[in-house]
Design a protein around this ligand. Structure first.
Ligand SMILES: Nc1nc2c(ncn2[C@@H]2O[C@H](COP(=O)(O)OP(=O)(O)OP(=O)(O)O)[C@@H](O)[C@H]2O)c(=O)[nH]1
Ligand SMILES: [Mg+2]
Length: 449
């Protein structure tokens, strides 16, 4: 990754391939000088945010008719002088234009380099830069709202407010220590405990929203769990609409887990068909499959417990107990399958279906949709792993400060913890950074962003 912003970089900013239009961005101190070498009329005197129609030349040779968008520093995405060229799509034109620009002094932008410059020039903080990448890579339409909130700076605003509150307390601790010889206590212990508690709660709320963020990013993980032969694979196939998993009347048919994706009401669901859970097997592969099914319980956001109703309505109670034990907070639903084989009406609150006849699948779909919507995504920030890890460190520092206060330690010791809490927020926002951190963040970006 280049941290030098003195060069003028360029790259294609739309996907390669056949399209009506392709866009090329040229950004850096020499952007206008370089583009002028390819136009018959100079762009230099044009105002910022104007668009011109021109013929792009390579020497004497006309290459394409283009539109030229001009942005004068600092009013551009990167904060530097920038030109965006709209040329015709396809693989040849844009390539030729870029080669010409490189020949005239531009260098090829690395992945994420435009956004890195925007960050280094103070146009975006680090959480906003990360949100740019999130928006591009979104898998789930439901996550767009959260990513956009982050991009326009709502997350940064909340974090900055947490930082300001921490900083105020930190400054009091330092002052308090300065006055300690004179026996003046600026912040009474009780008030300090209240304020630290409030910081701890605020950080916990952020950390909790990481779980929602994970679901928003990758969609819901729906685990189909049940005893062998309950009809998990049959339901799985019927939901996906094709025979993805093997179905047979031999118990223990599914030995590994099988995944398939579907979108319901704009939300991504990954269905996971698992090996039937039972204890009476000596087959090593089956035992491993069962152990894996159990480990998947912790990863699931929704669990469908599939019961073969011909074995009795309450046949799967021990599985429900197990799910409760392994994952007390997970959303789960009992599904009575093979209802085509019973004559009596069931009056319980479970879903009653027949995978064989595809009867009742609409109930499962409605259940999944309403469970997903019950998760409050409106307030959630699309936290990533890096941000969540730093927020956990922040929280740990505040908790240590709280314990030290309760132990009656002097304010200089408490201030050390508050200092490190402040540093973690600085690392999230990017007010403190290292080249390694920026490399980690921006190396995930695509070319042209
Ligand atoms: N009558 C009837 N049979 C069903 C229904 N669902 C599944 N079956 C049958 O039950 C047997 C087991 O179905 P699977 O879908 O393989 O069951 P499973 O839970 O995946 O089984 P394992 O992978 O062995 O754990 C097959 O013979 C299916 O045809 C249903 O709704 N009605
Ligand atoms: Mg199966």
């Amino acid at each position: 990754m280049h941290f030098n912003t003195d060069t003028t970089i360029c790259s294609l900013i739309t996907p390669p391939g056949l399209s009506g239009i392709a866009m090329i961005r040229l950004s850096g101190p020499d952007a206008f000088i370089i583009i002028d070498k390819h136009l018959q009329e100079s762009i230099t005197l044009k105002e910022s945010h104007t668009i011109s129609y021109a013929v792009f030349h390579d020497g004497e040779i006309p290459i394409d008719t283009v539109t030229i968008l001009k942005y004068v520093s600092p009013h551009s995405y990167t904060g530097q002088d920038t030109i965006e060229i709209g040329c015709h799509g396809g693989n040849i034109v844009s390539k030729r234009l870029i080669e010409s620009l490189l020949h005239s002094g531009a260098t090829l932008a690395e992945p994420g380099e435009f956004t890195l410059r925007a960050f280094l020039n103070g146009k975006l903080d680090l959480t906003q830069a990360e949100a740019v990448n999130d928006i591009i890579h979104l898998q789930s339409p439901a996550a767009l709202e959260s990513a956009s909130r982050q991009l326009i700076g709502s997350f940064s605003k909340e974090l900055s407010s947490l930082r300001d509150a921490t900083e105020r307390l930190f400054k009091y601790m330092i002052l308090d220590f300065d006055f300690s010889q004179e026996d003046i206590q600026l912040v009474p212990e009780e008030q300090l405990i209240t304020e630290l508690n409030s910081l701890s709660v605020r950080a916990s709320r952020f950390i909790e929203s990481y779980e929602t963020a994970k679901t928003l990013r990758s969609g819901h993980q729906v685990l189909l769990l049940g005893f062998p032969n309950a009809g998990k694979s049959s339901i799985f196939n019927a939901m996906l609409g094709y025979a993805r998993s093997i179905v047979s009347d031999i118990p223990g048919t599914t030995r590994d887990f099988v995944e398939g994706s579907m979108i319901i009401d704009g939300i991504n669901f990954t269905l996971i068909d698992t090996a039937g859970i039972h204890e009476q097997t000596s087959d090593a592969i089956e035992i491993e499959g069962i152990a894996y099914s159990l480990s998947l319980i912790k990863r699931a956001t929704i669990i469908l417990i599939i019961n073969d109703v011909t074995c009795g309505e309450y046949h799967s109670q021990s599985l429900i107990d197990l799910v409760h034990k392994e994952h007390p907070h997970v959303t789960y639903q009992l599904v009575q399958n093979k209802c085509d084989l019973i004559s009596n009406e069931l009056n319980d609150a479970s879903l009653h279906i027949s995978a064989k006849d595809s009867n009742g699948l609409d109930q499962i779909i409605a259940y999944l949709s309403s469970s997903a919507k019950s998760i409050d995504t409106h307030q959630a920030f699309l936290l990533n792993e890096r941000q969540a890890k730093l927020l956990r460190e922040y929280h740990a520092s505040i908790e240590r400060a709280l314990n030290l206060t309760k132990q009656g330690m002097t304010t200089d010791v408490i201030a050390i913890e508050l200092r490190s809490a402040l540093d973690t927020i600085g690392l999230i926002l990017g007010t403190i950074y290292t080249e390694e951190l920026l490399n980690d963040v921006f190396s995930n970006f695509c070319i042209g962003k």
